[in-house]
Design a protein around this ligand. Sequence first.
Ligand SMILES: C[S@@+](CC[C@H](N)C(=O)[O-])C[C@H]1O[C@@H](n2cnc3c(N)ncnc32)[C@H](O)[C@@H]1O
Length: 235
Amino acid sequence: MVIIQYSKYLDFLSKLGIGGAHPGGINLTKEIFKRENINKNSHILDVGCGTGQTAAYLAYKYGANVTGIDINPTMVAKAKKRMQKNHLPVQIIQVSAEKIPLPDHHFDFIISESVLSFVNKPRALKEVFRLLKNGGRFIAIEHTINQRLKEKEENEIKQFYGFDSLTMKKDWVALMKQAGFEHIRIQKNTSIDSVPDLHYSDDLELGFYEIMGKHFDILSRYEGKLGYRIYSCTK
Ligand SMILES: C[S@@+](CC[C@H](N)C(=O)[O-])C[C@H]1O[C@@H](n2cnc3c(N)ncnc32)[C@H](O)[C@@H]1O
């Protein structure tokens, strides 16, 4: 049985209001979409859109029809505020990636940037597949372990982030194939770094620094073992 635990880390992220809370940040997102054929007729869904940085960029840069969904009310409020402030017609909906109340075969592109690791992966992938048009593309930037770790180490990472499992490249490929996807490509980003874009909430608590410290501690202790990849596949 898949058990999705409460994620202290995600709670922290929503209060921090970090604009690009995925590895590689908005610069990696821009690089990825440069290679895709996007225009004002494209329908794009950002699953787990966070504060809406990517959704806003795609609407602004390409004039595309963009929808963002996220389960976290603080993230959703921040994403809506971003769209209002920038006069962008992006629809933001508070729902779970595991059950998205939108019609089948609607989107040309779906993106999820550091989201699938936090959810029930088979269910979310099934939804993404259902929502894509035939021939549509799904792009995911996702945490990927480079090797199996000791049980104790895996548990530490899973508990802190609220992941139900730690996933290697081959596991992601199997999950995507199981959902029906084809032409799965995997890339490693070696050159692009994140640029912080912060939107703090007023109710930041002291525990905040502890969580931030633990996050950086995990990243440094598992350097080389815990990474991420860019996955793209077709329906
Ligand atoms: C690491 S953040 C990434 C946010 C955004 N994609 C970005 O790159 O800035 C993970 C996001 O996934 C969202 N999330 C977690 N579980 C979810 C679920 N079941 N359905 C939809 N969104 C979810 C969180 O609220 C959070 O905004």
